[in-house]
Design a protein around this ligand. Structure first.
Ligand code: ADP
Length: 451
């Protein structure tokens, strides 16, 4: 097993990985920016190295400084977390050239899947149902011609390099196609450095269902069932739950079969997620694959009792998975709320400031993964996700009750947060009934500005 790993990330996920490593007796190296010198991940790691200034490109995306930190501290492996360099194959290849193990799949797989249009083609080849759509479209004329072939509007214009809900627009009529095409292309070019787009049929009122799996180098593939991530705003997930209460078992089995077959066909090693959207009749379609740990992984951990980060580290070190498919028996229900430093009343504007009073909820089956602590300064440089509130219970209703209580206990003074929004969702009859799809929050709150 590794003696020491470097965590190329910050915030709650860096802390999460440090904790997993500690439970395995592995030393950790944290990296940090000058803005993060008092951050919790820095205090919790065995060692910490400052890798640059506050802007991500100066520090958490600074490949040279991060690799130097790993080499100088004798780390053997790097866990990238999510975001930042987790899907940057230049980083992965350079790490490997320096004898550092990247805790994630092979760079070839990351490259294939980070282009969503290519990812769709590969899944089609491996027998996974894919949303009807196109490859890269050349221009407006080409796009309109392909819409006709697809059977008309509505369609989604999607950036091939998109992620985090950015670079997606719905088009309902040919008159707005040119404007929306232009908007997505420009948005994608500036956010991802790649303006290429493709089209997908817009599935109306779908659920977002995703399947977690993990594989080792010994040919063992295990899926960890599904998550329902349909509570979204502006295509961004806010609440996730596992399992999906309404998913028919036969559909669940079919999805699992698709996931394991495709992962095997790709010789995939490490953790990954297949994302699907599912219509009212429970027809499901692949939309993208994430080749890294995801924000919402804890709900799967809560129902399966499996520490996914620990398994990632094990398989990267060449060990077999510590679990077999027949022993994965999901128990009860789990829900996660993403706690964001933002103001839902002001179009989700990010909020910054010093944490004055932080009270963490607790109790049986309550888990809080967060970077917050009293005196910590939430700075404008990083993602607004500052923590995750996760509950586990025997039933969905028990989870809802636990979440209401936990949200009442959770106190964060000094910044604006979305705690109030979560609280209102957990009291909304449609949510409580379990009767919701990806349109739920837009219905409740109205269209986001600029849409
Ligand atoms: P990102 O990589 O930015 O997360 P995704 O392709 O995963 O983008 O899509 C984000 C969300 O947009 C999905 O969870 C779903 O709510 C919605 N979405 C994506 N594709 C479709 C589609 N073809 N029809 C309807 N909704 C979709």
């Amino acid at each position: 097993m590794f003696k020491k790993i470097l965590i190329a990330n910050r915030g709650e996920i860096a802390i999460r990985i440090i904790r997993a490593a500690k439970s395995m007796g592995i030393d950790t190296v944290a990296i940090y920016s000058t803005a993060d010198k008092d951050a919790l991940h820095v205090q919790l790691a065995t060692q910490a190295v400052c890798v640059g200034g506050p802007l991500p490109k100066e520090s958490y995306l600074n490949i040279e400084n991060i690799l130097s930190a790993a080499i100088l501290t004798d780390a053997e492996a790097i866990h990238p977390g999510y975001g930042y360099l987790a899907e940057n194959t230049k980083f992965v290849r350079l790490a490997e050239q320096n004898n550092l193990t990247f805790i994630g799949p092979d760079p070839e797989i990351i490259d294939m899947m980070s282009n969503k249009s290519k990812g769709r083609d590969i899944m089609k080849r491996h027998g996974v149902p894919v949303v009807p759509g196109t490859g890269i479209i050349e221009d407006v004329k080409d796009g309109l011609a392909r819409v006709i072939k697809m059977g008309g509007f509505p369609v989604l214009i999607k950036a091939s390099a998109g992620g985090g809900g950015k670079g997606i627009r719905a088009v309902y009529h040919k008159d707005s196609f040119a404007t929306e095409f232009d908007t997505v292309t420009k948005e994608a070019q500036s956010a991802f450095g790649d303006g290429s787009v493709y089209l997908e049929r817009l599935i109306t009122n779908p659920k977002h269902i995703e399947f977690q799996f993990i594989a080792d180098k010994h040919g063992n593939y295990v899926h960890l069932y599904e998550r329902d991530c349909s509570i979204q705003y502006n295509h961004k997930k806010i609440i996730e739950e596992a399992p999906c209460r309404t998913l028919k078992d036969e559909v669940r089995q079919k999805m699992a079969h698709n996931v394991i077959n495709a992962a095997k066909a790709m010789d995939y090693v490490n953790a990954g997620t297949f994302e699907f959207i599912m219509d009212k009749e429970q027809n499901y379609y692949f939309i993208e694959m994430n080749t890294r740990i995801q924000v919402e992984h804890p709900i799967t951990e809560m129902i399966t009792g499996i520490d996914i980060i620990k398994e990632q580290i094990r398989v990267s070190a060449g060990h077999p998975l510590s679990i077999k498919q027949e022993n994965v028996k999901p128990e009860g229900y789990s829900i996660e709320c993403r706690i964001n430093a933002e103001d839902p009343k002001a179009n989700f504007t990010p909020s910054t400031g010093k944490i004055e009073n932080f009270v963490v909820p607790g109790g049986f089956g309550v888990r809080v993964d967060t970077e917050l602590h009293n005196g910590f300064v939430v700075s404008p440089f990083y993602d607004p996700l500052v923590g995750k509130l996760i509950v586990h219970g025997k039933s969905r209703l028990e989870c809802i009750r636990k979440m209401r209580a936990a949200l009442e206990e959770l106190t964060i003074k000094g910044i604006n947060t979305n705690i109030g929004l979560h609280y209102s969702i957990f009291h909304h009859p449609k949510y409580v009934e379990g009767n919701f799809d990806t349109g739920f929050l837009t219905e409740v709150r109205g269209q986001p500005e600029g849409r």
